[in-house]
Design a protein around this ligand. Sequence first.
Ligand code: AMP
Length: 217
Amino acid sequence: MRLVLVGPPGAGKGTQAEFIAAHLSVPKISTGDIFRANVSQATQLGLEAKRYMDAGGLVPDEVTINMVRGRLAEPDALDGFLLDGFPRTVPQAVALDKMLTDSGSTLDLVLELVVDNDEVIRRLSGRRTCRGCGKIWHVEFDAPKNEGVCDRCGKELYQRDDDKPETIAERLKVYARDTAPLIDYYGAQSKLVGIDAEGPVEDVTERAIDALRSYSA
Ligand code: AMP
């Protein structure tokens, strides 16, 4: 299956993407994770992307599209994938459609995680990420036993620079302006399924899997 997950920052895309990808046995491809890995390895791509990420903006389409084109050509993605955080603009969506058409395939479904704005702000400001395994925690909703330490691997937790309050406001603005138009774009292709993404993580996963089941039925 070829899937895209969309939703505002803080909708839980990263968390849900892990569960859904495991359920479908497809690779989860997160552009944010790829950029962050490049930033921590100080690659050329990472140095370029960091400027935009730290300011709460988007990495330019051309850079992002080329990166995704390369990733989708890897063997593990040939039979299916779950894209988390891509596309984030209409030109990226058009480029993705073209990449897939050129390789004789198509997108099956776009899952939209629907969450209201206040909830998004609460989620992002309390989010902490593990430096070791990348697991996402939350100081209020999903706190580890020992503050600041990952229960899974024992490494330190950190707050992403782009989860600081000023940057959150900018990211929400960018989402409304550049990414929300994808809802109409995929709606017009009849590929969009909206999922209520509030409430416990497991309930949201179940709603997503139910939606996929109705699609394949
Ligand atoms: P995420 O982890 O998905 O929230 O992504 C973190 C940051 O990486 C975003 O705020 C952007 O700066 C950058 N980024 C991730 N995906 C994209 C994309 N598809 N297009 C442009 N920038 C992106």
